[in-house]
Design a binder for this molecule. Structure first.
Ligand code: ZN
Length: 478
C-alpha cells in the first residue's frame, strides 16, 4: 500500500521539481505535499487519545499542593514541592504499568549547593520516565520532552506564599504526563524521556543537572522539547489565540566553534542550526498530523532576553526548542495571588484553557512519535564545494533495518521552510542536476518503510576530490 502511494508521490515530486527548475523562480512544491498521501495510524491514534480532561485534572491537582516553590516543604504529604514530586512519581508509575516493562520511572535527585536563588543547600528532584526504544539500532537514540513542576510567586525566594503555577508550569507538566500516559502503550524504535523538572525558577537547576548527566554519560539526545507556559489563550494584549503555539529555536548554535563559525560566514547557515531544523520538523509534522494547530516558528532561542529548560541542553550541543503560548498575560505569571484595583492577579487554573494545552500536547506527541519511529537524521552530510551548475551531496549510511532511503530537500535562501523534496533512494550520494548550490539551501533526511521521516541535516562543505569525512572541512572557494 505504502509502496504504491510512495511511487505516486515520487512521480509527482519529480515532475513538480523538474518544472520548478525549468521555470525558476517559481517556487517548488512544499514539503507538506510530499507526505500528504502517507498515513500514520499509530501517530493518529496517539493524537486522538490525548485528553484535555486528564490535563485539567493534573493541573488542578498540582495547584492543590499550595506551592511548588523549589525551596518549599519536601516532606509534607499535602503542601509543597515534595508532595507534588511524589504525586507525579506515582502518576508516571501508573503510565509505566501499561508499557509492558518498557517504561521505567525514577526520581533523579542531587543536592544543590548555595547559589543566587538557593539560600541553603537544597535537594532538587527531577521525575524522569524513560520509554525504552525497541529497535537495537535505535534504542540509544533519545528524545526528551519536559515541563517544570516548580512554581513561584513574586519572589523566587518566597517558599511560603501560595504559588499555584497553573500555567507556569503545571500546564507543561500536565502535557508531558498526558503524553507519557498515552505513549507508554506504544512501541517505538528510539527512546523517549518524559520529564518533570524542578528548580527552573531557581535558574534552570533541574534541567541543567539532567543535561550535564546526559553529557557525562555520552547520551545521544537528538532532540529536546521544553513546554513552559502552554496554557493561556487570552493575552494581556486582549488577543485570543487558541490554535497557534510558538516554537522558539536558535539560529546559530549556542555551542558553535570558531571553525564552524568561519564555515557559516563563508557558505551561510545562520538559519540552519540543528535546533532550527527541529523547529521546521515540528511545524511540518503538526501540519500533517495536528492540522487544527498552527506552529509559529520564532527565530530566537527564547522570548526576548529570557530563558528556559532547553538552554542547558543547547549549551551541551543537544538540539532543543521551547513551546510557549502565543500571547502571555503577565498578570498571571510570577504574581502573588491577589485582587488589586479590581484585577485578579496570580497564576490560577481559571486562566488556563485545558483544551488548548491538549492541542499543544498533541503537537509535541506527533513530533516525538515521528522522531522515535523514524530513522536517525543522516550523519556526515556534506556538500561538494566546486564550480559546477549541479549540487552534489554525500552522507553516511543509516543503520536501521527498516530504512527506505533518503530525501533531498531544498528551499530558496530567504524561505522559512523546506519547499522542494526529491526522493534519492537508498544511496549515499546524490546530484541535483542544474540546481545551483549558490541559489538554494539543501538538506538530507532519512525515511523508513512506513514513511516516517527524520529531521533534516544541513550539509557542511568539503572541497572537491577530498573524502567526505570530518577532517576535510574547509571554507568555500575564495
Ligand atoms: Zn516557567
Amino acid at each position: 500500500m505504502w509502496n504504491a502511494n510512495r511511487a505516486v508521490v515520487t512521480i509527482l515530486f519529480l515532475t513538480l521539481a523538474a518544472s520548478s527548475v525549468a521555470q525558476n523562480p517559481k517556487p517548488p512544491p512544499t514539503a507538506r505535499q510530499t507526505t500528504r498521501k502517507m498515513s500514520y495510524p499509530a501517530i493518529n491514534s496517539i493524537v486522538r487519545q490525548i485528553d484535555a480532561r486528564n490535563i485539567e485534572r493534573t493541573i488542578r491537582q498540582l495547584v492543590a499542593f499550595g506551592t511548588r516553590n523549589t525551596l518549599s516543604e519536601q516532606n509534607d504529604p499535602k503542601r509543597g514541592i515534595g508532595a507534588a514530586r511524589d504525586w507525579l512519581y506515582a502518576e508516571f508509575l501508573k503510565a509505566a504499568e501499561t508499557s509492558g516493562g518498557r517504561m521505567t520511572v525514577e526520581k533523579q535527585s542531587y543536592e544543590q549547593p548555595k547559589a543566587a536563588r538557593v539560600p541553603q543547600p537544597t535537594i532538587i528532584t527531577n521525575v524522569v520516565a524513560t520509554l525504552k526504544g525497541s529497535q537495537p539500532e535505535a534504542t540509544d537514540r533519545i528524545y526528551v520532552v519536559s515541563g517544570h513542576y516548580d512554581s513561584m510567586c513574586n519572589s523566587p525566594m518566597d517558599a511560603k506564599c501560595d504559588a499555584p503555577g497553573a500555567n507556569d508550569d503545571a500546564s507543561g507538566t500536565a502535557a508531558v504526563l498526558e503524553m507519557a500516559r498515552v505513549m507508554a502503550k506504544f512501541e517505538f524504535d528510539a527512546t523517549i524521556v518524559f520529564m518533570a523538572v524542578a528548580g527552573e525558577e531557581q535558574s534552570l537547576l533541574g534541567s541543567t543537572h539532567f543535561a550535564e548527566q546526559a553529557k557525562q554519560k555520552n547520551w545521544t539526545i537528538e532532540a529536546m522539547f521544553t513546554n513552559d507556559i502552554v496554557g493561556n489563550t487570552l493575552g494581556g494584549n486582549g488577543i485570543r489565540n487558541r490554535n497557534s503555539v510558538r516554537v522558539f529555536s536558535e539560529g546559530v548554535p549556542t555551542n558553535e566553534t570558531t571553525a564552524e563559525a568561519n564555515t557559516r560566514r563563508s557558505v551561510g547557515g545562520e538559519n540552519d542550526s540543528p535546533s532550527r531544523q527541529l523547529a521546521r520538523f515540528v511545524k511540518e509534522t503538526a501540519e500533517l498530523l495536528v492540522p487544527q494547530m498552527n506552529v509559529m516558528m520564532v527565530y530566537r532561542r527564547d522570548r526576548y532576553g529570557r530563558g528556559g529548560d532547553h538552554i542547558p541542553f543547547l549549551e551541551r550541543g543537544y538540539p532543543a526548542v521551547r513551546f510557549t503560548e502565543v500571547n502571555e498575560d503577565f498578570r498571571h505569571q510570577h504574581q502573588n495571588v491577589r485582587v488589586q484595583n479590581g484585577v485578579q492577579y496570580g497564576d490560577l487554573p481559571q486562566f488556563v484553557d485545558f483544551a488548548y494545552v491538549a492541542n499543544v500536547a498533541r503537537v509535541n506527541a506527533a513530533a516525538l512519535a515521528m522522531l522515535a519511529y523514524a530513522p536517525a537524521k543522516p550523519k556526515g552530510v556534506t556538500l561538494i564545494s566546486r564550480l559546477s551548475d549541479d549540487t552534489e551531496l554525500r552522507w553516511e549510511a543509516n543503520k536501521e533495518p527498516d530504512l527506505y532511503g533518503y530525501e533531498i530537500v531544498w528551499r530558496d535562501t530567504t524561505w522559512a521552510t523546506w519547499q522542494g523534496v526529491k526522493s534519492a533512494g537508498n544511496v549515499m550520494s546524490f546530484t541535483l542536476k542544474g540546481m545551483s548550490k549558490d541559489n538554494y539551501f539543501f538538506g538530507v533526511r532519512a525515511v523508513d518503510k512506513e514513511g516516517n521521516r527524520s529531521p533534516v541535516t544541513f550539509p557542511r562543505p568539503v572541497t572537491r576530490n577530498q573524502p567526505a569525512d570530518r577532517t576535510s572541512t574547509t571554507s568555500a572557494n575564495p
